[in-house]
Each structure stands twice: as structure tokens, then as C-alpha cells.
Design a binder for this molecule. Sequence first.
Ligand code: 2P0
Length: 334
Amino acid sequence: MSATAVAFPNIALIKYWGKRDEALIIPQTSSLSLTLDVYPTTTTVTLLAPGAQHQVLQDGEPMPQQAAHKVSRFLDHVAGLAGSQHPARVETSNAGPTGAGLASSASGFAALAAAAASSYGLELSARDLSRLARRGSGSASRSIFGDFAVWNAGSDDVTSYAEPVDDAHIEAAMVLGIVNAGAKPISSRDAMRRTVETSPYNAPWVETNPTELALMRGALRRGDFTEVGEITERNALRMHAAMLGAVPPVRYLTAGSMALLDAVADLRQSGLEAYATMDAGPNVKTLCRAAEAPAVQAALGAAAPDIEFVIAGAGPGVSVSNPTVGDTGPGATR
Ligand code: 2P0
């Protein structure tokens, strides 16, 4: 009746930006990510007596109303799947910043999906857990899995799920540059809807993505770090180009982000291979070889002394500990 799950954020190398179906969270295009080993979300779900309301706590305090509403709707969905009348109490905490474009909703809904499924007694395959997490937040479908994961866009609730990329041959890390840890000015959900509805660059973004994903998968298979990096950086820039074309424009990147893009280009010039990617926020994540992450961190720190840089390696999939059923973690679905 109670279960605790831990899930890690993921950063997409091929981005998800835009939905085909808003209610089911079916994306326009497939995406591919690296799950990190920093900033986990820990979530406990405990069933309550029928008749009560869901309770949603973050760090021991009631979660802000809009976010709590999203969590309650998700719990209703899980309770419906289980045929249960029980409401639930959710207690969650993020080790990293929330809503800052550092994938807190990916780790958040991955942990919530796993903890809720377990406490409501649903026995789901990793694929079905990914589908469930997707209903909370699209990117959460990928945080069910460790290392590299691909979210197949699919065309409906059954065919849209993430799965591990089990033929990748690179040891990658991300150096996270925390330009601003504050919450973003516009949610990614609203921003991607605006992009789909108003940006003339949405169609080319959608058209070119399958080829980019195929190139990325080939480069990962061959262990071609240079090509992985080049595709990663241009895919992020193309996503931001699509949103810059929206009306009104969506601009998450700031002068601080641009300065880091310059610094990353300088690193490459000096022979240290590093590539930037940016999500729904100003923070710049620098992809590099795992063995070179300390050197990249030092070089970026020298170029931008006011910014904090955190090294993240490849992390595990979601894990659940459930006092009534027994442990399945850590990284059981890796
Ligand atoms: C990604 N992002 O692929 C992209 C790149 C941000 C930029 O997935 O509406 O929180 O809950 O499905 O998953 C952020 O969007 O959006 C995201 P919803 P989500 O990681």
C-alpha cells in the first residue's frame, strides 16, 4: 500500500518538442536521451482510506496548486487502471532545482509512475511503465531507463513508449552549467504548444528529425563521439530555432547561455571535444567523453567563473522499494 521510487533526470540529444496528441502526450517525433546520475527525485506514494482527497507534498509542504493538480489527475489515472477507490498521499523531493530546464518533470513523473503503480498493485513491464510515465510528462517516459533511451513517437497510447538503446558504444558525460536555477518563465508544455500552433519552422523541425535520429543511432552504434556531439548540438539549436519562430517567440536562451556556447566552441578549437545542448531554460549542458569531463569542467569554470558546473555521468533507470512486495532496484529496469 506504500512504495518509494527513485528516478533520475534525462537530457535529450535528439529533442522532443511538440505533441501530436495533447491528452495522451503523443509526440510529433521520436527522441533520444542520456539518463544522468545526479539530481534524483525520490517519491513515496501511500494509499489512503476511500473518501479522502489525494494529498501532494513536496519537501514536506503542499505542492503549488497547478503542479498538485497534474499529480492528482495522474493518480486518478493510475487508480482507474487498478480499479481502486483509494486516494493517495504523495511525498516527493528533488535533489536538484525544480522547473529550471534540468528535467525535474522527467525524474518527477518517472518516480511517481513507478511508486504509484507499485502502491496500487499494478504489475507493469518496463515498457508499460514508460507508457504510464509518458501520461504524466513526455520526457518521463525516457527516465524509466538508464543510460541512452529512445522514445518511439508511435501513433497512439500503445505504440508510444521509450526503450533502452542497447547498442551504444560511447562513454559520455554531461557538464551541467547552471546559468540560472530559477523556474522557467513559460512551461515547456505551453511553449511547445505555441510552437506547434504558430511557428513556420515547426514543419521543417518535424520533417528533419527522423533522419537526425537515424544518424544519431548510427553514430552511437559506431562509437563516433564526434558525430554524436555534432548532431546533439545542432538538434538543440534547431529546436530553439523552431520556438524562436513562434508567435509570440519563445526564448529560453539568455546572454549567459550564449557566452557558454562560445566557451564550448572555444574548447573544441583547443582540441577538447565538447558539444552544447539546451532545453526549456537557459542552462547549458555540455556533452563530452566521460574521461574528459573533469577537464571540460575546469575549462568552462575558467571561462565562466560565476557559473556553477556539475559533472553528470550516465545514470540508472527508475528503482522501487516497496515494503509489501520487496525491492526491485536500483536500476532494475536499466
Ligand atoms: C526533451 N524537453 O526532449 C525536451 C527538450 C524540453 C526541451 O521534454 O508537456 O516536461 O510534460 O510532455 O516532458 C520538456 O517537456 O513536457 C522536454 P510535457 P516535458 O527533453
